[in-house]
Design a protein around this ligand. Structure first.
Ligand SMILES: Cc1ncc(COP(=O)(O)O)c(C=O)c1O
Length: 395
C-alpha cells in the first residue's frame, strides 16, 4: 500500500538515465569474458567512439568528470600555488578539482543573457588586474601566477569559447574546458571540449548519456593525451617492475562501465531529439505564462537540451524561489535550483571573485525542470500544469 503522504501520481524525475539499447548485452559480454577491470575492448571502443563523435584526435576514459578536470589541470601545467580562473555559476566540481591541484580558483561572473562565463569581464580582469611577465601572467593583487582558465559550459549552453581561447593565447594561459554537461553541444559547428588544450566530459547518472559514473578527457594534442593516460594509470614508467617517476592516480574507467558508455553513445542522437521536443513544449508553455523567462537560445550553438532551466521574474527573492521549488517537489515534480554560487561558499571564501553580480541573481531566480529523455508526454504536461499553478500563486 502506498503511503498516504506521497502524491498518488509517479514523481517526475529531473533527469533519469534511459537504459534502452545494448547496455545489457555489452555488460554481459564483459562478465562472460572476465574483462571487467580497467582495460578491455570496450574502454578502447568508448574512447574511439567519443573522440570520433566529438571530433577530437584523442580521448581517455576516466572514473568521473571531476577526475577528468583534475588531470586536465595537471597536464596543462597547473602547479601548486597557481591561480585558475573558473566560472562562478556552476557545480562545485571544477573548483574542487583546482584545489586538488593545490591551485586557487579566481571566480568569474556569468553573463545575464547566456548564464555562462562572461568573456568581457574575463578580459577586464586580465587587462586591469594582471601583468604579463617573463614568468607568466601574474595577478597583481595576490602575486600568484595565473596559469589557466576553466570555462564551464553549463546546462547545454556554451561559453564564448572562441573569445576565451583567444584571450588565453594572448596571456599564455591554458584552457581546460569543463564540457561535462555539454556532450552533444556544438559551437559554430565544433563540439565543445575541443576548443581548449583539454576538454572534459561527465557520464554520471544525470547527464545526457551515463555510465553510472564516468568521464572522459579529450584533446587534439598527442603528448597531452599520453600524459593523461600515464597519470590516470598510476604513472607506471615500467609496468613490469613498477617504477614510477610521478605521483599517479587510479583514475581509469572500467571495461564494464565503458560497455554501458558505448551502448549509451549509440543512443545519444535519439536522447537529444526527445529532449529537444520536451524543451519545445516548455518554451511554448513559458512563452504564454506571466512571471517566467524561457531558457536562452544561442545563435551558432546546437544544444543537447541537458536541463531546461527557467527564470522566475526579476527581483524574485531567494526565499520565494526556494518556496517554489518546495511546492513543485511536493506536487511530485522534480525541479531543482541552479547551484549555489561558489565564491561565497566556505571552502572558497579566501579566493578572489571578480565583479560578481549576475551569477548570484541567476542562482536566486533559476529553476531547472524535468528534462530526461525518458519523460512521457504526460510527465511534461503535469510539469507545465504544476508550474502554472505554483507560479500564478507568487506575488
Ligand atoms: C559542471 C560540472 N562539472 C563537473 C562535474 C563533475 O562530474 P562527475 O560527477 O562525473 O565527477 C559535473 C557533474 O557532476 C558538472 O555538472
Amino acid at each position: 500500500m502506498s503511503s498516504p503522504s506521497l502524491p498518488s501520481a509517479k514523481f517526475v524525475p529531473l533527469s533519469e538515465p534511459v537504459i534502452a539499447g545494448n547496455e545489457w548485452a555489452y555488460v554481459k559480454e564483459c562478465l562472460d569474458t572476465g574483462w571487467v577491470s580497467s582495460v578491455g575492448a570496450f574502454v578502447d571502443r568508448f574512447e574511439k567512439a567519443t573522440a570520433d563523435y566529438a571530433g577530437a584526435a584523442h580521448a581517455v576514459a576516466v572514473v568521473n568528470g571531476t577526475a577528468a578536470i583534475h588531470v586536465g589541470l595537471l597536464v596543462a601545467g597547473v602547479e601548486p600555488g597557481d591561480e585558475v580562473i573558473v566560472s562562478d555559476l556552476t557545480f562545485a566540481a571544477p573548483a574542487n578539482a583546482i584545489r586538488y591541484a593545490s591551485a586557487f580558483p579566481v571566480f568569474m561572473d556569468a553573463r545575464p543573457d547566456t548564464w555562462q562565463m562572461d568573456a568581457a569581464k574575463l578580459e577586464r580582469f586580465l587587462t586591469s588586474e594582471c601583468d604579463r611577465t617573463a614568468s607568466g601572467c601574474i595577478n597583481r593583487r595576490s602575486g600568484r601566477r595565473v596559469k589557466a582558465i576553466v570555462p564551464v559550459h553549463i546546462l547545454g549552453l556554451a561559453c564564448e569559447i572562441d573569445r576565451i581561447v583567444a584571450l588565453a593565447g594572448d596571456y599564455g594561459l591554458a584552457v581546460i574546458e569543463d564540457a561535462t554537461e555539454a556532450v552533444g553541444v556544438r559551437y559554430q559547428g565544433k563540439h565543445l571540449g575541443t576548443f581548449g588544450d583539454v576538454g572534459t566530459f561527465s557520464f554520471n547518472g544525470n547527464k545526457v548519456i551515463t555510465t553510472g559514473g564516468g568521464g572522459m578527457v579529450v584533446t587534439n594534442d598527442a603528448a597531452l593525451a599520453a600524459r593523461v593516460r600515464y597519470l590516470t594509470t598510476q604513472a607506471k614508467d615500467d609496468p613490469i617492475e613498477y617504477v614510477h617517476h610521478a605521483i599517479g592516480y587510479n583514475y581509469r574507467l572500467t571495461n564494464v562501465l565503458a560497455a554501458i558508455g558505448v551502448a549509451q553513445l549509440e543512443q545519444l542522437g535519439g536522447f537529444i531529439a526527445r529532449k529537444r521536443d520536451i524543451a519545445a513544449r516548455y518554451d511554448a508553455a513559458i512563452a504564454g505564462a506571466a512571471g517566467l523567462t524561457p531558457m536562452p537560445r544561442q545563435s551558432g550553438v546546437v544544444t543537447n537540451h541537458w536541463l531546461y532551466t527557467t527564470l522566475l521574474r526579476p527581483g524574485t527573492s531567494l526565499e520565494s524561489r526556494k518556496a517554489v521549488v518546495k511546492q513543485m517537489n511536493a506536487l511530485g515534480i522534480g525541479v531543482r535550483p541552479l547551484w549555489h554560487t561558489i565564491h561565497d561558499l566556505p571552502p572558497f571564501a579566501d579566493c578572489q571573485a571578480f565583479e560578481i553580480e549576475h551569477s548570484v541573481a541567476l542562482y536566486h531566480r533559476a529553476m531547472s525542470l524535468p528534462s530526461g529523455a525518458g519523460l512521457s508526454d504526460d510527465d511534461v504536461s503535469r510539469t507545465i500544469a504544476a508550474l502554472g499553478d505554483v507560479v500564478s500563486g507568487l506575488r
